[in-house]
Design a protein around this ligand. Sequence first.
Ligand code: FAD
Length: 497
Amino acid sequence: MTYIPAETLAAEAKKTWAEVSAKKEPLKPKDRMAIPAQEMPSQDPAIRRSNMEEVALGYSAEEARLEALRCLQCTTAPCIAGCPVSINIPGFIQAIADGDNKKAIDILKESSLLPAVCGRVCPQETQCQAPCTVGKALKSVDKAVSIGRLERYVADWERENGLMEIPAIKPNTGKKVGIIGTGPAGLTVAADIRREGHDVTLFEAFHKPGGVMVYGIPEFRLPKAIVQKEIDTLTAMGCELKTNFVIGRTRKISDLLGEDGFDALFIGTGAGLPRFMNIEGENLVGVYSANEYLTRSNLMRAYDKERAATPVFDSERVAVLGGGNVAMDAARTAVRLGAKEVYLIYRRTEVEMPARVEEVAHAKEEGVIFHFLQNPKRILSDERGWVRGIECLRYELGEPDASGRRRPVEIKGSEFEIELDTVIVAIGNDSNPLIRQTTPGLETNKWGNIIVDENGKSSIERIYAGGDIVLGAATVILAMGEGRKAAAAMNKMLANS
Ligand SMILES: Cc1cc2nc3c(=O)[nH]c(=O)nc-3n(C[C@H](O)[C@H](O)[C@H](O)COP(=O)(O)OP(=O)(O)OC[C@H]3O[C@@H](n4cnc5c(N)ncnc54)[C@H](O)[C@@H]3O)c2cc1C
């Protein structure tokens, strides 16, 4: 991926739009296929390395309409099958092509509560864009219609033009629903339940709502103001929000269902418990979990040194261990916090890396140095108990494992050292055990995820769950989809009780 300045892309789109819109006849499939895929304008890598502002700048009106015109409107619509919440993708894209953004956002909102978020962070290349007919015909998923960018375009259009509406609420039913956790799962359930006229209270352990969208995913990928707008809508709908409120400590589930008088509960507490490597030196000063590092930077704004609610050590040489989106976010944050060198250490090759291709490309553009087929054996200490480096082993790929990816096999005697002052462990998250430990009868699986039926109902009557606490660390759109399903079942249960 080569960086092209936003002005160059905009000028090119204006020229192409003039040609395309001058055509008298309706566009034929071959004309649509001839329209160049519209690149997403982005901040110059040399500049964005030292700011927290959003990297991707969003389409202009011409870029969006051209991209929308690339859609062949196939009757089979394989893209819909690729979307976890079955958005009417050809429908909203046609509306953009027609210049009817209002219709486009209405179609999107039939299925998705958070289009501005999903348009930015969904892994479209493995979901809706993977089966796109245009991408298949052009033999590259990169050339598929950019469904996510179009979703973002139209959601931003609505917000920036002050057109977001407060959904209508049915008359008060007198029923009370508690929602634990304010990530995408909890927020979705809150909106769907409140619309039916039930009282909704959201409980959040942190001082700010939004879940990973606020404490994990950095500002440069998902501006916090966008998530806040969704939360403002919920409070305007009459949902009550209680922050700094840890269920399992401040109140237990049994208190909520008992003396607090809640008729139903939804648990959407996510997967916020970081995994560690269990190697020597992991408790040295200068070792962070990616969760801690990102929470300090995002939620507590450590990057804003004058006003930060928490300090963060001024690292010079940082290693991030892992190869997923979380690892990319941590590495790119370290760059922005001023580290001179940031290494990403992954024990397989780039092909097996679970991170989104776009995030990897952005990390490379920003100067993150990738070390493939390497893994730390131990973290090295200086005389004060601070990190001074890591000892790594080199790996090669063996036979595929249960996940289908080729297994990394260590090369004996290949140890070498890297000098560092900071290590960030980003090898995955598990679910937080607090609610499980304080709620007798709540069934969980061996990973601690809550077991639910096909409607999101747990082993306890009137308690539902969804999102990462059920699925294990997954995605925003899946959490939202789970939330929708559970909310529908909860509304039905409340209507009949
Ligand atoms: C750094 C990072 C980057 C990611 N990038 C992407 C991406 O690009 N695209 C994508 O689709 N997905 C991404 N994900 C995954 C995605 O964010 C999650 O799958 C999604 O947020 C899960 O939503 P959720 O509502 O289940 O939980 P969460 O978003 O985790 O929210 C759970 C909330 O519950 C609160 N909570 C926990 N326990 C309690 C308690 N006992 N009492 C009260 N509140 C509690 C937590 O504080 C949190 O606010 C990323 C995850 C991380 C960590």
